[in-house]
Design a protein around this ligand. Structure first.
Ligand SMILES: [Zn+2]
Length: 291
């Protein structure tokens, strides 16, 4: 088995055929590691733009790439065919930081080659997802590459940022640190139909409390100080992604503001709860602010 850590750069541009905007890939960078996580080779290639004529200012500033660089690059189809040959071995796990690169790559293959899969993708792992298991980040928050490097004691200044090869080299060094922790392996996915359905699935927050996917057992609150079940004061109301209600603990004389969110993912419902203690409102203010 071998590992390919890949990073892509792209330019957001208007695509006539799609009647909308697309992130057109302009650079591939990758590091090849053997089964012992030793770096074997690197890959770097600039891609000639076919959809967008000019790089956006932000892309130019971040990547330091010029329009001249891009127009002298290799066409998309050729570049990825060379990349595929460079990968060689079929027993390969492709890894990226976050699944954004894979989504964009899939979009580009669809738009430019009319295919709905990534031809060289057999096994894949989103390292960001794995990493978040060890750094205790709150669910829903994503850890950036630089933050992860710093967490692991890697100096990010040693790498060229916002260029495909520099970012993939940094990601490869993160892999070397976290693979031995055993968190990567369970997240290596077979890139079958299920993988693509899951990738393209749009998670949706449930807005109707009567939806059968809403677990009614979650619609309560137990006091965090004394463990007594609280009394619900207000009906559940949907606001800003959460169903919200107030709860009261008579033991502690505390009012809680509780929010619960049910998010329909591909094969599960993700639950999130937020709780805060409501400060008692001063009497005078209450009198002055009658609705
Ligand atoms: Zn209590």
């Amino acid at each position: 088995m071998q590992f390919i850590v890949m990073d892509l750069e792209w330019n957001n541009t208007y695509a006539k055929k799609a009647n909308g905007y697309i992130n057109e890939i302009i650079e591939i960078g990758a590091v090849k590691l053997d089964g012992d996580l030793e770096t074997v080779d690197t890959f770097s290639c600039i891609i000639r733009s076919q959809i967008g004529k000019k790089l956006r200012g932000t892309v130019k500033r971040l990547t330091q790439l010029t329009n001249a660089d891009i127009s002298s690059g290799m066409p998309f189809t050729k570049a990825f065919s060379v990349f595929r040959k460079w990968i060689g071995n079929d027993d390969t796990v492709i890894l990226t930081w976050g699944d954004g690169d894979i989504r964009v790559l899939l979009d580009n293959f669809k738009y430019l080659n009319g295919i709905k899969v990534i031809p060289f993708l057999k096994k894949y792992c989103d390292m960001q997802k794995s990493f978040q298991k060890i750094n205790g980040n709150a669910k829903g928050q994503q850890t950036g590459l630089l933050a992860a490097a710093e967490y692991l004691g890697i100096d990010p200044e040693m790498y060229i940022h916002h260029r495909a090869l520099g970012d993939s080299m940094l990601t490869a060094d993160i892999l070397k640190k976290i693979y031995p922790m055993g968190i990567i392996e369970p997240d290596i996915l077979d890139c079958n139909d299920d993988f693509y359905s899951k990738l393209l699935y749009k998670a949706k927050v449930i807005r109707n409390i009567d939806n059968p996917l809403v677990d009614k057992k979650r619609l309560n609150h137990t006091c965090e100080s004394c463990g007594t079940p609280c009394t619900q004061l207000t009906p559940w109301k949907f606001h800003c992604q959460f169903f919200r209600a107030n709860f009261y603990c008579s033991e502690c004389d505390l009012t809680y503001s509780v929010g619960v969110r049910f998010k329909k993912l591909f094969d599960q419902v993700e639950f999130r709860k937020i709780v805060s203690v409501k400060e008692p409102e001063p009497k005078i203010e209450q009198e002055g602010t009658e609705e």
